[in-house]
Design a protein around this ligand. Structure first.
Ligand SMILES: CC(C)(COP(=O)(O)OP(=O)(O)OC[C@H]1O[C@@H](n2cnc3c(N)ncnc32)[C@H](O)[C@@H]1OP(=O)(O)O)[C@@H](O)C(=O)NCCC(=O)NCCS
Length: 379
């Protein structure tokens, strides 16, 4: 009997995978990684421990965590061929284009690139999470004409990334703030980039190809690119007195305001709740409250205008101001998202391969039939 196919635009009502990594209740505003509320992880965990959780689907013991961190740090060092490759990228290249290419190129230096056993994939996941920060930092320094700083295994991922990027060791508070951002972005159900990664690995391609698909998918302004959009919007608005007029005009034109709305959350995104508090604290600690105050006013206006439609701030809205307060360049924001999501993407690939079936949906054909082929001379 033929299966009945239902067209579901944007796959909004299609369940296309089973996962034990993260759970989202969009109505209640809940996000859990392996059953643990995101808020508890943001307050108490580290990015390394969260990565262990996503890959092993349980929390590590102290010994397991220490050995996991040691294993990750052993993989920090970039193959020297990768540094050469970073130096060959035009300085004008947008960072996400550079990152997509560099993640793909990592496979040249991995003898296991095409080995799809669970053990080899676990090692590749480790290398990808460990090396992505160094790649982003190296490209940023290269494009600014500064010497590339190599990774240092004495530091955790968040701290070492900020050190490689800025050339100075971050304060404990900055490193912790960034670590929490990495935790909050690490996984999020079957979002578009995770879906892309799972589709790629489901063909039994390889982990590097899957990550390249994921980075390319994350880049879009409807997905990971939105946090950059938020900062551009804040820059365009410029000052507090222009907020109301600017936002009302966009709402009137039915434009989408970056950092609002979500396919799944129809109430407050729990990650945004945390980041809002965070961005407020950084603003008051640094005395630079302009961006935070503008964001808060935008949120108030949006609440009155579109909350009834289930449109609330998403993770990108306050992560943008948090990153800006940490002094991170706007065009790196999506790379930072990729650096964190690398742990979720690789975890999903491992999970997909545990019970793999090629992901291959249908398309509803809307074109004509029986059209005669007309030779080119008669067209
Ligand atoms: C995330 C997003 C793509 C979800 O899209 P979706 O589930 O397809 O939702 P839709 O685009 O169909 O929007 C549903 C309604 O809400 C409105 N809406 C959605 N996002 C909005 C936004 N950011 N600003 C203003 N209105 C918005 C739409 O105009 C639409 O209104 P209508 O029913 O009157 O036509 C969408 O909300 C968006 O583009 N947001 C801005 C980009 C962003 O921040 N992305 C990061 C996601 S984490």
């Amino acid at each position: 009997m033929a299966t009945q196919l239902i067209f579901d635009k944007g796959l909004a009502n299609t369940v296309a995978a089973e996962t034990s990594l993260s759970f989202i209740d969009g109505e209640k505003g809940v996000l859990e990684y392996v059953g643990i509320e995101i808020d508890a992880l943001a307050r108490q965990s580290t990015f390394e421990e969260t990565t262990f959780l996503l890959w092993n689907r349980r929390l590590p013991s102290q010994d397991e965590l220490s050995s996991f961190e040691r294993d990750l740090r052993k993989e920090y060092e970039l193959p020297s061929g990768m540094i050469d490759m970073v130096r060959k990228i035009p300085r004008s290249a947008p960072p996400m284009h550079a990152l997509r290419t560099l993640i793909s190129a990592l496979s040249f230096f991995d003898l296991e690139a095409d080995v799809n056993t669970p053990a080899a994939n676990a090692r590749k996941a480790m290398r990808l999470v460990a090396r992505t920060p160094g790649l982003i930092a190296a490209f940023d320094r290269h494009r600014k004409g500064k010497p590339i700083i190599l990774a240092d295994a004495r530091f955790g991922i968040a701290e070492d990334f900020l050190r490689m990027l800025n050339g100075t060791e971050p304060t404990v508070a900055m490193a912790r703030a960034f670590d929490v951002c990495l935790i909050l972005h690490a996984d999020h159900g079957l979002n578009a980039s995770t879906f892309a990664a799972r589709v790629t690995i489901s063909t039994l391609s390889d982990m590097y190809s899957a990550m390249t698909s994921a980075v390319g998918t994350l880049k879009g302004p409807l997905h990971g690119g939105a946090n950059e959009g938020v900062m551009h919007m804040l820059e365009e608005i410029g000052t507090m007195d222009r907020v109301d007029g600017w936002v009302q005009e966009r709402i009137g034109q039915k434009d989408k305001i970056m950092g609002f709305g979500h396919r799944i959350y129809k109430s407050y995104d729990p990650r945004a709740t945390y980041l809002k508090t965070f961005s407020q604290k950084i603003a008051s600690d640094t005395g630079n409250t302009r961006l935070y105050e503008m964001s808060r006013r935008i949120e108030e206006i949006m609440h009155e205008a579109v909350a009834a439609k289930g449109i609330y701030p998403n993770v990108d809205f306050y992560s943008a101001t948090t990153y800006a307060s940490l002094g991170l360049d706007i065009d790196l924001f999506t790379c930072l998202f990729a650096m964190s999501r690398m742990s979720g993407w690789t975890g999903h690939c491992i999970e997909q391969l545990e019970g793999n079936r090629l992901i291959r949906p249908h398309a509803e054909y809307k074109g004509p039939h029986g059209v005669k082929y007309l030779p080119i001379s008669q067209r």
